[in-house]
Design a protein around this ligand. Structure first.
Ligand SMILES: [Zn+2]
Length: 298
């Protein structure tokens, strides 16, 4: 059973379109211009533009929002420019920066949210690409400060797993970037409080897939909760099969090694902030009812 899942998931995994982190080239300062103009980086620029179009077409980016990056050398990252719609970028718009965010090539100015990407690369050496966007359903959870409930759809468990909410920080700030980076060791997708979503992957398309999966999942969860107050969850033994598969695929998950009891305790719908507001509403209804009863007795 587990092996069958493994075959299915492996077929769904996209092949690495970039070299592994240990193979990143060292590029000397005098070689940067030629490297930036090379056919290899031309392909990466095309891929960034293609994913930008897909983000825009799916309504995940608004105005000039969202940004994409891909690590291409030990100290170099390609990224999207600022103040440009991600749906209409040209390869000539793409910028090259070093790991401190200093722009090294490109005619347009780099994204103002570059620090977020760079802190993620520093915290997670397996990250080859990062995608940040504002997909409406997942961003709704980020604004509510609610981590999506788990164990409702297998694809979500394998490709994203638990998705934490990082505390709000001013976009582009080091504080916000580090709050997100602190979570990427065990999570490939993070909700950014009152802001949006960021994901990392083995290629730009791989990181983008996480964005599609988490937003579709948040939408499904909302529908499931409208259809039933207690949607079914995948039981712990079945979840463990998915986690075993995930581990063999080399993907991170904070739940590896947990007992079935611990897995059960973490699954399902547990929105802490929503239950607090339910309690507030109940108290209010009780107060109004008491007032009405008192008025009728007078
Ligand atoms: Zn943003």
């Amino acid at each position: 059973m587990v092996a069958d899942y493994g075959v299915v998931w492996k077929q769904m995994m996209i092949p690495l379109s970039t070299s592994s982190p240990t193979e990143w080239p060292q590029v000397a300062p005098h070689q940067i211009a030629a490297f930036f103009a090379s056919p290899d980086l031309g392909g990466r620029k095309d891929e960034i533009c293609d994913i930008g179009r897909r983000l825009w077409q799916r309504g995940y980016v608004d105005g000039n929002g969202g940004n994409i990056s891909v690590r291409v050398a030990t100290d170099l990252v390609l990224c999207t420019p600022t103040l440009v719609s991600k749906g209409f970028m040209q390869p000539a718009d793409i910028c090259l920066v070093d790991m401190d965010g200093v722009q090294k090539a490109g005619v347009k100015k780099r994204t103002s949210e570059m620090l977020l990407h760079l802190e993620m690369y520093k915290a997670q050496p397996a990250a080859v690409a990062c995608v940040h966007a504002h997909p409406p359903y997942a961003t709704g959870f980020a604004v509510a400060g609610v981590s999506p409930p788990t164990c409702m759809v297998p694809e979500m468990e394998v490709f994203c797993g638990e998705v934490p909410v990082a505390p709000y920080g001013t976009p582009g700030s080091l504080e916000m970037s580090r709050a997100v980076a602190a979570l990427v060791g065990q999570h490939n997708t993070v909700l950014m409080g009152n802001h949006g979503v960021v994901s990392w992957g083995q290629s730009v398309e791989d990181a983008y897939f996480k964005m599609e999966i988490v937003d579709a999942y948040c939408r499904i969860v909302l529908v499931a909760r409208q259809v039933s107050s207690q949607p079914n969850v995948i039981p712990a033994p079945r979840l463990r099969e998915l986690l075993t598969t995930k581990q063999t695929l080399g993907m991170p998950d904070a739940r590896f090694g947990l007992s079935e009891g611990e897995l059960d305790a973490r699954s399902g719908w547990q929105p802490a902030s929503a239950s607090a507001s339910d309690a507030d509403t109940e108290a209010l209804v009780r107060r109004i009812t008491d007032e009405v009863v008192r008025a009728l007795r007078r």
